[in-house]
Write a protein that binds this ligand. Structure first.
Ligand code: UTP
Length: 297
């Protein structure tokens, strides 16, 4: 079986209502973590994992995203003339070769499963990755890279998984674990957004997947699941009984839910502190700020 993963789908057609009013005119994926839009972190991670074809599932109002990956000749020219080589290099890092990115539209936000289904013709008949750009993962080796390596052993479908507190399981797809082998777990069931009392475990699925095309056959049926949406979780669960089955992968790294305000703020602090050029000043500011607050209380 072909286990080379060269295509990735980035579903970015959601409405991002948790960030209104900002998302009234700015796509959530363009919102900036330190100095790079969220989507850039996901693209960098995919490139690092060997992805060569990038498929965006977009919707109305996301043209800023398409512009972001386009060439910017005037800007480059101006930076060149001013000798701003550092900035020019930064800009060049966002370049995507012609033909590497494809866009498909999801006409209606019918759910994550439906968004992935919209990319079916571009995915065709090979394994593919899915990255949700609102999940930003800080790791020494990128999360998708770790998964691509583990996938060479397992095949089938693989989802990134992490333990979450019991009172949070109802926000995630949750794994029913068959066999726990440490970083890899084999899966015998998956439930989308279960009540805490009904969750089969506290091992939650986060926004990185490697899927086989069988998932698309399930999505063809357009079955509506939890929350009235066409759920990717249900499509992946349909592959549990196939030969290679479904595996969860406990990645090494820290995941930030940048689809939520708290997660975005936490990521801003973590990524700001980790930067060589900003970290020291930012740390001093935060320490002083918190001390002043404490003294005033
Ligand atoms: P979310 O559940 O975070 O939804 O989607 P959202 O619309 O982006 O944000 P809120 O909840 O309204 O604030 C998770 C991912 O799935 C994509 C989103 O763009 C995001 O990357 N998605 C979701 C789609 O592409 N289409 C859909 O129909 C639903």
């Amino acid at each position: 079986m072909n286990r080379k993963v060269t295509k990735a789908v980035f579903p970015v057609a959601g409405m991002g209502t948790r960030f209104l009013p900002a998302t009234k005119s700015i796509p959530k994926e363009i919102m900036t973590l330190v100095d790079r839009p969220l989507i850039q972190y996901a693209i960098d991670e995919a490139r690092d994992a060997g992805i060569e074809e990038f498929i965006f599932v977009t919707s109305r109002g996301k043209s800023a995203l398409e512009d972001y990956f386009d060439a910017a000749p005037q800007l480059e020219d101006s930076l060149q003339k001013k000798g701003k080589t550092d900035l020019l290099a930064e800009l060049k890092r966002t370049d995507m070769p012609s033909g590497a990115i494809a866009y498909v539209r999801q006409r209606e936000a019918l759910g994550l499963g439906h968004a992935v289904w919209c990319a079916r013709r571009l995915i065709a008949d090979e394994p593919f990755a899915v990255l949700l750009p609102d999940d930003v993962i800080a790791a020494d080796k990128s999360c998708l890279h770790q998964m691509v390596e583990a996938y060479q052993e397992t095949g089938g479908c693989m989802v990134a998984a992490m333990e979450v507190p019991n009172d949070k399981v109802s926000s995630y797809g949750v794994l029913d674990v068959n066999q726990d082998l440490g970083s890899i777990v084999s899966v015998k069931g998956m439930v989308e957004k279960p009540k805490a009392s009904e969750a089969p475990s506290n091992l939650a699925v986060i926004g990185r997947y490697i899927l086989n095309p069988g998932v698309l056959d399930y999505l063809d049926q357009m079955q509506v699941g939890a929350g009235g949406e066409i759920q990717l979780t249900d499509a992946i669960a349909s592959q549990i009984k196939t030969e290679d089955g479904v595996h969860g992968y406990r990645f090494r790294g820290q995941r930030f839910d940048c689809g939520s305000k708290t997660g975005f703020l936490q990521a801003t602090v973590a990524f700001g502190l980790a930067r060589d050029d900003l970290g020291d000043d930012f740390r001093t500011f935060l320490t002083d700020f918190l001390e002043l607050r404490r003294a005033a209380e």
